[in-house]
Design a protein around this ligand. Structure first.
Ligand code: CP3
Length: 352
């Protein structure tokens, strides 16, 4: 019993370090959210931003999936966009439209007006939520931040975008200003993650969700140096660093070079092929979140395929290729976690 508990505590962190473990650990991006009835009940009373800014509520939402699903890690409930507000870019979540930034950054003057952020002040509620969650949790807690391209794209476009026209216009037209903006965002990201680790998170994930919009050459020129700086600045903390993106099939080698102990793979790349390009580091992924909407047999076949491609090698963190969709049935999420745990155990002791 004790050994089993210890294993559950260690499984995720061991896999992140590409060490052998008894079974692949599993967690889900967006494991807290609208697909859960208890989350929807809280959202009927509080806005998304109220949930993020009230430590007791953020703790409750963080723990909701942990109570219901056999996950091996929790992720602190917050949002990637929270740092925009203290930097001077206010936004809100608008029903049906997602995040909306009232005055998007467009000019050099807009970017030079950005305010420096002291994470211990600006993110005090998130850091307090981290300290409180740690008291309740038997499994590791993951902290996170948005990567420069993904954050910049919201700040410049003003919301979700399909072609990133304004962001790319700035990137190509004023590369000096683009780099200044990304340097600011990278510095904030590194400081914020450091503060999260000091408050108790045991792993960190850098979300570069929309970076797949870039060609490899543009990634190398406009993004990679800034992402590398974040990972380099966190090296001394000794916690696993997860580097996540989507649409990254042509960028994996460049992402690996930028850093991270674990590289995220989305479902567009078969896991074994993606892993071969990542090398000896750990990988996280890569079930298509839409498969959770499929009949259970089809869903289980998808999970089995991911596990077959991982082949029990040390260093696989089971996850989706992107976040859980709001229309997902909770029972399907539970079934995936259980199925991963019941399936073939990780290789014990050997590398292959
Ligand atoms: O994963 C988790 O459980 C932790 C919480 C978390 C949320 N957002 C909660 C959330 C995390 C890690 C994020 C990251 C995030 N936020 C990303 C990167 C990950 C990704 O999905 O690519 C991005 C791009 C955002 C920005 C953001 N926040 C968008 C685009 C939206 C709207 C989405 C939509 O479908 O309406 C949000 C809102 C948001 N963040 C919700 C949740 C649970 C839904 C809010 C609600 O209850 O209405």
């Amino acid at each position: 019993m004790t050994a089993d508990r210890l294993t559950k505590r260690e499984r995720f962190l061991r896999a992140c370090r590409a060490e052998p473990c008894d079974r692949p650990p599993v967690w889900f991006m967006r494991q807290a959210g609208r697909y859960m009835p208890e989350y929807r009940a809280l959202r009927a009373r509080y806005s998304m931003l109220e949930l993020c800014r009230t430590p007791e509520l953020a703790v409750e939402v963080t723990l909701q999936p942990v109570r219901r699903i056999a996950v091996d890690a929790a992720i602190i409930f917050s949002d990637l966009l929270l740092p925009l507000e203290p930097m001077g870019v206010p936004f809100d979540f608008v029903k049906g439209d997602g995040p909306v930034v009232s005055s998007p950054l467009r000019t050099e003057a807009d970017i030079d007006r950005l305010r420096p952020v002291e994470p211990r002040d600006a993110f005090a509620p998130v850091l307090e939520a981290i300290r409180l969650v740690r008291r309740e949790l038997q499994i590791p807690l993951i902290g996170f931040v948005g990567a420069p391209f993904t954050l910049a794209s919201y700040a410049i476009e003003g919301g979700h975008s399909s072609n990133y026209a304004h962001a790319k216009q700035l990137m190509y037209g004023r590369p000096d200003v683009w780099h200044r903006l990304c340097a600011r965002l990278a510095a904030m990201a590194a400081d914020y993650l450091r503060a999260q680790v000091e408050s108790g998170v045991q792993a960190v994930q850098v979300f570069d969700s929309w970076v797949g919009a870039l060609s490899p050459a543009d990634y190398a020129e406009f993004v990679q140096p800034h992402v590398r700086r974040i990972f380099d600045e966190l090296a001394d903390l000794g916690v696993p660093r997860i580097h996540f993106g989507t649409g990254t099939a042509t960028l994996l080698e460049l992402q690996r070079e930028a850093g991270g102990d674990v590289v995220g793979l989305d479902w567009r790349v078969p896991l074994d092929q993606g892993w071969a390009r990542i090398g000896d580091r750990a990988v996280q992924g890569n079930l298509d979140p839409a498969l959770l909407l499929a009949p259970i047999d089809r869903l289980k076949a998808g999970v089995a395929d991911v596990l077959r491609r991982a082949a029990g090698r040390p260093g696989h963190v089971f996850n989706l290729g992107h976040g859980i969709l709001p229309s997902t049935r909770l029972e399907h999420v539970q079934a995936v976690a259980d199925f991963v745990h019941e399936a073939t155990a990780c290789a014990s002791g050997t590398a292959n």
